[in-house]
Design a protein around this ligand. Structure first.
Ligand SMILES: C[S@@+](CC[C@H](N)C(=O)[O-])C[C@H]1O[C@@H](n2cnc3c(N)ncnc32)[C@H](O)[C@@H]1O
Length: 209
């Protein structure tokens, strides 16, 4: 058996293991966007390899950070953080009610996790400070999101924006960002030819800079 086949099998079995360990089911596959991709994207998951790198290499969470997954989909981001033993408050918003309700049920034993079957703009979590996003929505909504973040600037919010397709929205002198290129990850997306390797870490611009 070739090395790459062995690695693929290892990665798939690890993915399945974490899916089952936390949610007792496989979370494979995508769910079509509620609006046919007009303003919002399909429910697709960040891979566990990528979540590991984002949250453990590029951004270190502090115990009191309150993490929001903006459009949490099937919940693999929280799955991984829970699998690693994190006990931070985690809040997932998912506009697709069916997807959200199932996730809420699957994670109900984790008292630090709250899943809200809501449009995030209707109940914006102004007490949180770390916002993770993997392609929830397009530019119009991203502008609204930016203004919501600006209103809560005193919390020092940080946005971890994976595959930042609307990063231009943050080309705004109130914000600063770093772009990281994540290399060395082979996952299903890479094999399928749509590998996403960029992470933007966005913050409010410090007053004196
Ligand atoms: C590409 S998925 C990402 C799932 C998850 N964050 C991950 O990385 O595994 C984006 C999700 O955002 C949801 N979404 C889009 N707009 C939203 C909104 N305004 N409020 C809540 N969820 C939203 C979509 O329904 C979709 O499930």
């Amino acid at each position: 058996m070739s090395n790459s086949l062995i690695n693929t099998l290892r990665r798939k079995s690890k993915t399945l293991w974490i899916d089952f360990y936390i949610q007792r089911k496989s979370l494979r596959g995508t769910v079509a966007s509620l609006d046919g991709n007009k303003m919002m994207y399909d429910t697709a998951s960040t891979s566990y390899d990528m979540i590991k790198i984002i949250f453990f290499n590029y951004f270190k969470l502090a115990d009191r950070d309150i993490i929001v997954d903006v459009g949490c989909g099937k919940g693999r981001v929280f799955n991984y953080l829970l699998y690693r033993g994190l006990t931070n408050k985690m809040i997932g918003y998912e506009i697709n009610e069916m997807v959200a309700n199932e996730l809420k049920q699957n994670l109900s034993r984790y008292k630090n996790v709250e899943i809200l079957s809501e449009n995030i703009f209707e109940n914006f979590p102004t007490h949180a400070n770390v916002f993770y996003m993997f392609n929830p929505f397009k530019e119009g909504m991203m502008q609204d999101f930016k203004e919501c973040i600006w209103k809560m600037k005193d919390n020092n919010p940080v946005i971890l924006y994976y595959n930042p397709t609307c990063l231009n929205v943050f080309d705004d002198n109130r914000f600063v960002y770093d772009i990281k290129t994540i290399s060395g990850i082979m996952n299903d997306s890479k094999q399928a030819g749509w590998h996403y390797d960029k992470l933007a870490i966005i913050r409010i611009k410090p007053v004196n800079s």
